[in-house]
Every structure is written in structure tokens, then in C-alpha cells.
Design a binder for this molecule. Structure first.
Ligand code: GTR
Length: 330
């Protein structure tokens, strides 16, 4: 063997050994996602996972599991906190059960617009929320858009709170949503997202509440033909990492992961804006009657006891509510 050939063989063997070591030490991250293929959050989260794998030279590989196959949202939040899951896109609604200050975001009609929500979440208040989440084992790196949530049902348009009388409405897992619907006059039913379609079909539920993209992708629009634009909740979502997985990263890899999450959020917000329009058009074409609500005042008035009870139980969060309310939209 020539010196050159020997050198090449030695180099190749060395590279293979290195690759094997990297492979053995590479972390394989599992990511939770509630949405199906093609949904804006799914596309952005999958690109986030690809970026981690590509930009860390294989020190990290990541895979997203869609359609909540790894468990319901509250269960997944628990799994992320104890390190059974590495990353996820969560709605901050169910997060309030784990991080008390986050519950402020679930006070109905808190934000005046989606733009105001972004101004809050992208500024110092958003930073406070991520610090509070971090204390509970959840590292939030960026915020996704989730539009505004409105009621839809199988029975009638909801124009005033009295129209909710007697309607069994699904809510996400959070006592504040039960209080919200009950105070408006409906019957709140907390239920996992994946069970809602069947329950609407069989009449176990009369309705639910969500944004246009989820109303579309969950196929709820096939059964619930009245969509009433109450826009009672504007909930941000997070790109969240388990603190256990985060702490195991080198500072260099933390920077890569943080940047990939910010890129994913920028991508998601663009896709989201398009999807909201497309989904609205699609459900209308499928026969859904969209009901604009000129005056949301009567719905907002019914929320006074919800705010009073919440602030009585959490007096320390009053200033946070005030600070959010006085933040100007971007
Ligand atoms: C969607 C949200 C999901 C989940 C779902 C639900 O809009 O993106 O994370 O919270 O609503 O209603 O359970």
C-alpha cells in the first residue's frame, strides 16, 4: 500500500469511528403535535425538526408525531415536564392548569386584537411568561399564532348569550372555560380535541369553539353548520422544549435550537394568515353560515363574575391583566 492509500484508509476509518461516536451520543428528540399533515403548525414544526437535525451536524435528530398520537394535550404537557417528550407545540389554554400566571391569557376578551396579543407576547410580558413556564420544566422558545376562537354549533346562530342556553359546548381542559361558557348560559363540557367530531355527530355535544383552521382541519364544519364570530379567546401557542432536554444541550446547540424555533414561528405566522382565509372560504362553500356579531358587549358583560372570581383567587395577577390591557398593538 502506498503512503497515500494508507493515509486515506486511516482517515476513512477515523471518520467512521467519529461518526459512530456521534451516532451513539446523538440525542433523538420526540415532538408532540395535535394537528394533521399540512396544517400551518405541523409544517412549521416539521421544518423546526429538520433544521435541528441539519444544523447540529447530527448531534441532535428530531421527529414530530402528529395528530396527538402521543397523548392528549394536558397529558403531553405532563410528559414534556417529566422529560418523556422533548418538544411540542402547545396552546397556552391548557397550560394555565400548570402555570398560574399563564391563566391570565385564558380570561375571555382579554386582548383587543391578534396584533395586540403579538405585541404582548413578543415583549417583556411574553418573557415573563416563558420564565414562569421554565420554573415548571417547560422552556418556551417562540410563540405561534392561533387567531381568535369563536363558537360553532349544530343548532342555531349565536347572536346573544341567550342563544347559548342549554347548548352542550365542548371546551378545552381549563376551569376558566367552564366558567366562561356556564356564565354565558351554555353547558360547558371539557373534552379532548380528538373526541369532539364524533360527539358532535352523535349529539353528545351541540357545539364547540375554535379558530377557522381547526374548525376546518378537524372536520367539525361537516356537522356544525353555524359559526358565530364571538372571538372570545385569542390564545397564543408555544414552541416548547422539555427543560430536561434543553439542559442537556451545549450552549452552542441551545443557540441553534432557539434560532430554529424563531424561524419556525415566523414561518407559522405567515402560513397561518393564509390558512385562516382559505379555511373560512372552504367552510362557507361547504354550507356553514358565518354569523358576524356587531356588538360583543352582552357577551363581555357576562364575563364580569369570571374576572372577579379569578382576581379574587389570584390578586397578585391583577397588575399583569392591567399591563396586558394597556399594551398597544404593533
Ligand atoms: C387548536 C389548537 C390546539 C388545541 C385545539 C383544541 O386551535 O391549535 O392546540 O388546543 O385547538 O381545541 O383542543
Amino acid at each position: 500500500m502506498t503512503i497515500k492509500a494508507l493515509l486515506r484508509t486511516t482517515l476513512l476509518a477515523g471518520a467512521a469511528a467519529l461518526a459512530a461516536t456521534a451516532g451513539a451520543n446523538a440525542a433523538s428528540w420526540r415532538g408532540w403535535n395535535i394537528h394533521p399533515d399540512g396544517y400551518p403548525n405541523t409544517v412549521a414544526l416539521e421544518d423546526f425538526a429538520k433544521a435541528l437535525t441539519a444544523k447540529t451536524d447530527g448531534r441532535l435528530s428530531a421527529q414530530v408525531y402528529n395528530n396527538a398520537v402521543l397523548g392528549d394535550q394536558p397529558d403531553a404537557i405532563d410528559q414534556l415536564r417529566n422529560g418523556a417528550l422533548d418538544f411540542a407545540n402547545f396552546n397556552l389554554g391548557p397550560m394555565g392548569e400548570f402555570v398560574p400566571s399563564i391563566n391570565v391569557l385564558s380570561l375571555p376578551f382579554l386582548f383587543s386584537s391578534v396584533d395586540q396579543m403579538h405585541a404582548v407576547m413578543d415583549g417583556p410580558i411574553g418573557k415573563r411568561f416563558s420564565d414562569d413556564m421554565s420554573e415548571q420544566g417547560i422552556v418556551s422558545l417562540a410563540w405561534f399564532d392561533s387567531g381568535a376562537r369563536s363558537f360553532y354549533d349544530t343548532k342555531r346562530p349565536i347572536e346573544k348569550p341567550a342563544d347559548l342556553d342549554g347548548l352542550k359546548m365542548r371546551v378545552m381542559n381549563n376551569q376558566l372555560y367552564v366558567d366562561m361558557v356556564d356564565n354565558m348560559g351554555g353547558n360547558a363540557t371539557p373534552m379532548a380535541y380528538g373526541e369532539v367530531f364524533q360527539s358532535l355527530k352523535t349529539g353528545v355535544l351541540d357545539g364547540a369553539e375554535n379558530n377557522f383552521p381547526s374548525f376546518d382541519s378537524s372536520n367539525h364544519y361537516e356537522v356544525a353548520k353555524y359559526f358565530s364570530l364571538t372571538e372570545h379567546l385569542i390564545l397564543p401557542e408555544c414552541v416548547c422544549i422539555s427543560k430536561t432536554s434543553w439542559d442537556a444541550l451545549s450552549p452552542e446547540d441551545q443557540t441553534i435550537v432557539r434560532q430554529a424555533a424563531i424561524d419556525a414561528a415566523n414561518e407559522q405566522r405567515e402560513l397561518w394568515a393564509k390558512q385562516e382565509e382559505e379555511s373560512r372560504k372552504k367552510v362557507e362553500a361547504a354550507g356553514v353560515k358565518i354569523n358576524e356579531i356587531a356588538d360583543k358587549g352582552p357577551f363581555q358583560d357576562k364575563m364580569k363574575p369570571v374576572y372577579d372570581d379569578f382576581l379574587k383567587a389570584n390578586p397578585d395577577l391583577k397588575s399583569l391583566v392591567d399591563d396586558i390591557r394597556s399594551t398597544k398593538a404593533q
